[in-house]
Design a protein around this ligand. Structure first.
Ligand code: SF4
Length: 470
């Protein structure tokens, strides 16, 4: 039982009633849709002769299948073109706002909604993508859902859900130079496990989190799902409000202060009761790199790959599988591991501040011979802002490719893929087997700065050795 948390307050405010199954019917304030998980849902609506219940609370973009090089229509990939056309048609037929390629507002769904001020504190948000947890950075309760649930939300603007427990995940102290939000979340997942959050919402708190920018909080919340938590959130504060004020869909005029008062009232109470509390110290967190095939198989960059004895017997089969798949051995340092491909982007780390931080380390350096390195902005807005700041020039002069917005190699449902058993340094969120497009491709997750360090050195590098020069 959790009482007085933001999660409880938002849940209760959106509860329509209790269903015969015992689940709560929860009103969804914002439904984000994209090309991959919506076509079948729209087909099911048509079969049943239903309309979209609240088209004004539904927003669409295209992200997974868009190529990041030429985006000329028709797209070269026939299947991708068909998916894009289906989304265009569905949005037109059902009266849904669609941010198409070239609109100036297209991008990864979890990047565009916050930057347009659509994501706001106290909202319930759903999207047919696991990383919808991102929006919790604003003090929203946000769920990744499956295709049949996308249908349910389209048809009723509600979801049938079991209430979650709430774990307060507290991180205190200052992060050392070269340690980022990505390292914090990889560290949390390493310690709590990829299934540690099952049945929970994670409330991130503590002085380290309070000091984070909204972009950093989004990185943190984005990967909650990788730790098994259905959603993760940060209580809204002055940082949240400063980010939102003046954005296109944010409240304005007299509504602004009313909204801030409402949002502030939703913060977890000082004496809120949690189902669990865990506390981490920022000083214990180092630049972190995954060595295996789950985001929980991560280590500090200066550690060696763990031995089987360091894991419980039930974890060992996955660990053995990881050694085999990754061609890495227990006891081997991760630092110095050669990389073939370096990718900065995704809904975890494809925002402007990620590119700014990456550019600091790219500036005046060159991508190592034989390494393919590319930077993919998370949205058309991020791309434009980065270009205004000259970041594209820094990257291209260093030998990185500068691409258009999309999910790119996070999931490789587009032409950006690993080949054979190539190994990538990636700022994305999943290192599952085959995730980046090759059945034998290997992924090392890390922060954008660490990806750039790997690109210029051709191998996994401790970013702390480059901090002074940046
Ligand atoms: S960047 Fe990756 S995780 Fe994020 S929405 Fe795209 S495919 Fe999903």
């Amino acid at each position: 039982m959790s009482r007085g948390t933001l999660f409880d307050k938002v849940w209760d405010a959106h509860s329509v009633g209790t269903l015969p199954s015992g689940q709560t019917q929860l009103l969804i304030g914002l439904h984000l849709i994209h090309e991959v998980t919506s076509p079948q849902a729209f087909a099911m609506l048509r079969e049943r002769g239903l309309s979209v219940a609240m088209p004004d609370r539904t927003v669409a973009t295209v992200d997974h299948i868009v190529p990041t090089e030429s985006q000329a229509r028709p797209l070269q990939d026939v299947l991708a073109e068909e998916m894009l056309q289906a989304l265009e048609q569905n949005c037109a037929d059902f009266g849904i706002r669609f941010h198409n390629v070239g609109s100036g507002k297209q991008g990864i769904v979890h990047v565009i909604a916050p930057e347009q001020g659509l994501t706001q504190p106290g909202m319930t948000i759903a999207c047919g993508d696991s990383h919808t947890s991102t929006h919790g950075a604003f003090g929203a309760i946000s769920f990744g859902i499956g295709t049949s649930q996308v249908r349910d939300v389209l048809a009723s603007q509600t979801l049938a859900l079991d209430k979650l427990k709430v774990r307060r995940v507290e991180v205190n102290g200052r992060l050392a130079p070269g340690v980022y939000a990505k390292d914090v979340v990889l560290h949390i997942i390493r310690k709590l496990g990829v299934k540690g959050g099952v049945g929970y919402a994670y409330e991130y708190a503590g002085s380290t989190i309070e000091a984070m920018s909204m972009d950093e909080r989004m990185t943190l919340c984005n990967m909650s799902i990788e730790g098994g938590a259905r959603c993760g959130y940060v209580n809204p504060d002055a940082v949240t409000y400063a980010y939102l004020q003046g954005r296109e869909n944010a409240p304005s005029g007299d509504d602004w202060q009313r909204a801030v008062d409402w949002w502030s009232s939703l913060r977890s109470d000082e004496d809120a009761e949690y189902d669990d509390v865990v506390v981490f110290e920022a000083a214990d967190i180092a630049p972190t790199v995954t060595w295996g095939i789950t985001p929980g198989q991560g280590i500090a960059v200066d550690e060696t790959i763990p031995t089987p004895e360091e894991f419980s017997p039930d974890e060992r089969p996955t660990v053995e599988e990881a050694y085999r798949y990754m061609h890495l051995s227990p006891g081997q340092p991760i630092e110095g591991t050669k990389v073939d491909v370096c990718f900065v982007g995704s809904c975890t780390n494809g925002r402007l501040s990620d590119l700014e931080e990456a550019a600091k380390y790219a500036k005046g350096r060159k991508v190592a011979a034989g390494v393919k390195a590319f930077i993919v902005p998370g949205s058309e807005v991020v791309k434009k802002q980065a270009e205004s700041a000259g970041l594209n020039d820094i990257f291209t002069e260093a030998g990185f490719e500068w691409r258009n917005a999309g999910c790119s190699m996070c999931l490789a449902m587009n032409p950006d893929k690993l080949e054979g058993s190539q190994i990538s340094a990636s700022s994305s969120n999943r290192n599952f087997k085959g995730r980046q497009g090759s059945a034998t491709g290997r992924t090392l997750l890390m922060s954008p700065a660490m990806v750039v360090a790997a690109a210029v050195n051709g191998e996994v590098t401790d970013i702390r050795t480059m901090v002074e020069e940046a």
